[in-house]
Design a protein around this ligand. Structure first.
Ligand code: SF4
Length: 448
């Protein structure tokens, strides 16, 4: 699974909004590593800097100085729809007769193709295959006859899918969320203005104060004088539960819940409901750490690192074949033999996707002398792909789409394997199941 995108919008009373946007983007780098961009507005002119790569590769100090003005939006991208090239880097800008518009979003527009055909019929020309370009054109079309709030309302009414969005229009900075609130978006107060961001960690790094999450179907305009909010539509929420399990940073808060605490609680449930006697419990780094800490505390079991992650094997690692892919697991995660030899080990992870990593890990733990290797997963089995903003394997590649839990246990070579149920996830989150998107584990999506 790959992360999706991260968005930010900043409105200051004075000064350069590009600076808090840039620092906030750094805190959201885990949500997208393929490209980054910032658009600012100085009252007269829009300024843009975008590029392929990590934030540190895209922006130099001089770039930030040239992104003048008290209004800015920023974006980091991992593509889940459309290609990767310079033209597809967000935010997308269009110059309309009414003014400058730029927009970036996190999610997938599921009816982008039909919207694009409608727009092409009335003369809109597209330069990329992204759904974001469709969204910005749809909004630009609605702005011809309506004010900004009405135009966003009309856009939301015609657009299906998951889309947490920030936009800048003639200096106004706006954040809005799709009617189900699938992807996160929160609001914070800065010393001299306001920020909207995908995750609260973006506020933390600029000394901002978290105010609240943007409600599903709500749009928020950041003004010098305060916030203006409009609830465009109200539907049953369908928050992506995998944000808590995997995507969001553990130091973020989403919908009033600490992601770290949720993961610990899930670890406790793994012990209470699915525990087995082992000498130690160990996380798959880094994502399994909070789960394993919760498991260890609930069972009063020693928590120990049994493998080390190589942080320098990144997105540029070349994996031309399955054999190399398997070797890559060892490059990324290497066992710590003295912590393993002769031990019965419980390994905790957040998910099993293809099963390749789990099998390689278990094999290498056994090669290093582990007596037993048990596995617990802090989520239900992933049986279906996500079309709402997460790049997952295809259904054929997802191990749980074809195999039972017992077959997966045998395929990865574990002594035992158990997953959490959706009921347990709902309990840990204290969110009813029908207020969560569970498409990838049930095949029932909140949106066609
Ligand atoms: S399908 Fe899964 S990953 Fe995608 S939004 Fe729904 S819960 Fe999240």
């Amino acid at each position: 699974m790959e992360d999706k995108c991260g968005v930010i919008g900043v409105k200051l009373n004075s000064g350069h909004a590009a600076f808090p946007t840039y620092y906030g983007l750094y805190a959201l780098q885990h949500r997208g590593q393929e490209s980054a961009g910032i658009v600012s507005f100085d009252g007269f002119k829009q300024h843009t800097k975008k590029g392929l790569g990590l934030i540190g590769e895209v922006f130099k100090e001089d770039d930030l100085k040239q992104l003048t003005g008290p209004s800015a939006i920023g974006h980091v991208r991992y593509p889940t729809y459309g290609s990767i090239n310079k033209k597809t880097v967000h935010p997308f800008n269009v110059n309309t007769r009414q003014g400058f518009l730029a927009l970036g979003h996190n999610g997938n527009i599921t009816n982008a193709e039909s919207l694009r055909k409608d727009l092409e019929k009335v003369g809109h020309v597209f330069t990329t295959d992204t759904d974001t370009e469709v969204l910005v054109h749809e909004l630009a079309r609605n702005l011809i006859k309506a004010d900004l709030v009405q135009a966003i309302k009309q856009t939301i009414e015609r657009t299906q899918g998951a889309y947490s969005t920030t936009l800048i229009y003639n200096g106004k900075v706006v954040g809005f969320r799709d009617p189900r609130g699938i992807r996160p978006l929160c609001i914070g107060e800065l010393d001299d203005g306001y920020m909207v961001a995908s995750e609260s960690v973006a506020l933390d790094v600029v000394g901002g104060k978290f105010l609240r999450d943007v409600k599903p179907g709500e749009l928020v305009i950041l003004e010098e004088t305060g916030l203006e909010s409009r609830r465009i539509t109200e539907k049953t929420p369908a928050h992506c539960f995998f944000e808590y399990i995997y995507f969001a940073r553990p130091d973020s808060n989403i919908e009033g819940r600490s992601v770290y605490k949720v993961r610990r609680k899930l670890g406790e449930l793994l012990y209470d409901n699915h525990g087995v006697a082992t000498d130690l419990v160990s996380p798959v780094p880094d994502s399994g750490r909070a789960f394993a800490a919760g498991y260890a505390e609930a069972g009063n079991i020693e928590y120990i690192e049994s493998m080390m992650k190589n942080r320098y094997v990144g997105r540029t690692f070349i994996m031309p074949s399955q054999e190399t892919r398997e070797r890559a697991v060892r490059l990324k995660l290497n066992p710590i033999e003295p912590n393993i030899k002769g031990k019965k080990i419980m390994i905790i992870d957040d998910s099993i996707v293809r099963g390749t990593t789990s099998k390689q890990l278990i094999d290498s733990l056994r090669d290093n002398g582990a007596e037993e290797v048990h596995v617990r997963i802090g989520a239900p089995p992933i049986t279906s792909p996500c079309n709402l903003g997460v790049n997952m394997a295809s259904e054929e590649e997802l191990m749980a789409s074809k195999k039972s839990v017992s077959e997966i246990k045998n395929a990865i070579g574990a002594d035992s394997l158990e997953y959490l149920s959706l009921e347990e996830i709902s309990e840990a989150l204290d969110i009813p199941k029908n207020n969560l998107c569970t498409g990838c584990v049930t095949g029932n999506y909140p949106i066609k």
